[in-house]
Write a protein that binds this ligand. Structure first.
Ligand SMILES: CC(C)(COP(=O)(O)OP(=O)(O)OC[C@H]1O[C@@H](n2cnc3c(N)ncnc32)[C@H](O)[C@@H]1OP(=O)(O)O)[C@@H](O)C(=O)NCCC(=O)NCCS
Length: 378
């Protein structure tokens, strides 16, 4: 038995996967055979889901059927809406509401038909749960899903009650595709551990939401945007960022455990943001963000030479989602809507050649303690 401990399982290879490849030195992300740059900009989200779940792109008829099957599963059971109402009365953060509501979905009879139905039902309802909760949380009544709209378009519609423009839908689909899968990140690994015990898909997905909710995983785009707003004017970028670095603060949206060059997802999202802001957005904010990025990368090299602290996915996630009109509290839940696709794909893959995931530990507690009766304990 090899008893070397690798904290955080860093550098440990736990499985092989056909779903995505993350190369942190080359700055390359491949999703089901496509470079993220290509897939994110071309595919609808439904196409990406089909690709990851079935390992090939759908033809026209398959895609049409798949879109309809997802759209037909959107409506939430009454018990789920009741739970969201109770959660909004507290109120709890959106990710907590999503976790609790996702757990109730197994009360729905369609959930138990077969695993494919369960997968489609879970994926289809994530945005519906988030949008329904968001409206209740803000004192508004929920809007019924529109089955004629795509997954992404329906999410924006249910949040805002406005039909989104094609540019907005494209912007959101590019984001959802970009975050659809990313190797053995913590929430994906969580889902695989859970499904490896032979339990159901809903249990695995609820566990994954819990993992994504933590600030070390899904929680940084809000602060990245706050930093851009705090700077406010490109002329102030250098002074504000220098001050933060002098005080030992971390610049949000920069640095990554695996990527030591610019995160390829940052490029995809910055181009998507540029396109979206061009067609009726706040171009001044986009230009400010570019300038903050350029200054931050330069100063990080000055203060942390050789660390290769580059822009990560969160920086442009913030800008893109803000450009879509999403409040920062919706950033992590929207990440979950995209990543749900990868979680489910990984569960299927784990089941194809399952072995329960059960690592070992080294005991360092006491041995040979002597039992004392309660009255004799100090
Ligand atoms: C993402 C992150 C947690 C990766 O951490 P990591 O791989 O453990 O990196 P380390 O903590 O080993 O950092 C290496 C050095 O760079 C510094 N550093 C890392 N990211 C930094 C940042 N964003 N701003 C300033 N300094 C940073 C660390 O302080 C450390 O310096 P030191 O050795 O002098 O103490 C880290 O870069 C970070 O906190 N970034 C900001 C938050 C963020 O954007 N998170 C979203 C990630 S997708």
């Amino acid at each position: 038995l090899d008893t070397t401990i690798r904290p955080g399982l860093e550098g440990v290879v736990a499985a092989s996967t056909r779903l995505s490849s993350v190369d942190g030195l080359a700055g390359e992300l491949i999703i089901a055979g496509f470079p993220v740059e290509k897939l994110a900009e071309k595919a609808t989200f439904e196409e990406t889901v089909y690709l990851l779940w079935r390992d090939r792109l759908p033809d026209t008829v398959e895609l049409e059927n798949f879109q309809q099957e997802l759209a037909a599963r959107r409506s939430l059971p009454q018990v789920t809406v009741d739970l969201l109402r109770a959660a909004a009365a507290q109120p709890v953060p959106v990710m907590d509401a999503l976790r609790m509501a996702a757990g109730t979905l197994s009360l729905d009879a369609t959930a138990s038909n077969d695993q494919w139905s369960e997968a489609k039902m879970l994926l289809a309802r994530f945005p519906v749960i988030v949008a329904t909760y968001w409206r209740l949380y803000n004192g508004a009544e929920p809007i019924a899903p529109d089955p004629t709209l795509s997954h992404a378009a329906n999410y924006l519609y249910m949040l805002t009650s406005q039909r989104p423009t094609p540019a907005q839908v494209r912007g959101l689909e590019t984001y959802l595709n970009t975050v659809s899968d990313h190797g053995f990140n913590a929430s994906t690994f969580t889902a695989r551990v859970i499904i490896s015990t032979g339990t159901d898909l809903t249990s695995a997905i609820v566990g994954a939401i819990g993992a994504l909710k933590g600030p070390l995983h899904g929680g940084a785009p809000g602060p990245a945007l706050d930093m851009v707003f705090e700077i406010g004017d490109a002329q102030r970028a250098e002074a504000v960022l220098r001050e933060k670095l002098e005080q030992g603060e971390r610049l949000m949206g920069f640095g990554h455990r695996i990527y030591k060059v610019r995160d390829p997802r940052a490029e995809v999202l910055s181009s998507a943001a540029a396109r979206m802001f061009h067609t009726g957005g706040d171009m001044a904010l986009y230009n400010l963000a570019r300038s903050v990025e350029e200054t931050a990368v330069r100063l990080l090299e000055e203060y942390k030479p050789g660390r290769n602290l580059q822009t990560n996915v969160e920086f442009y996630t913030a800008l893109l989602l803000h450009g879509l009109g999403l409040e920062t509290e919706l950033f992590t839940p929207t990440f979950a809507i995209g990543r749900a696709c990868g979680w489910i794909a990984h569960c299927f893959e784990q089941q194809e050649a399952n072995r329960i995931i059960r690592p070992q530990s080294v005991y360092h507690g006491d041995r040979g303690r002597r039992w004392k009766e309660e009255s004799q304990r100090p």
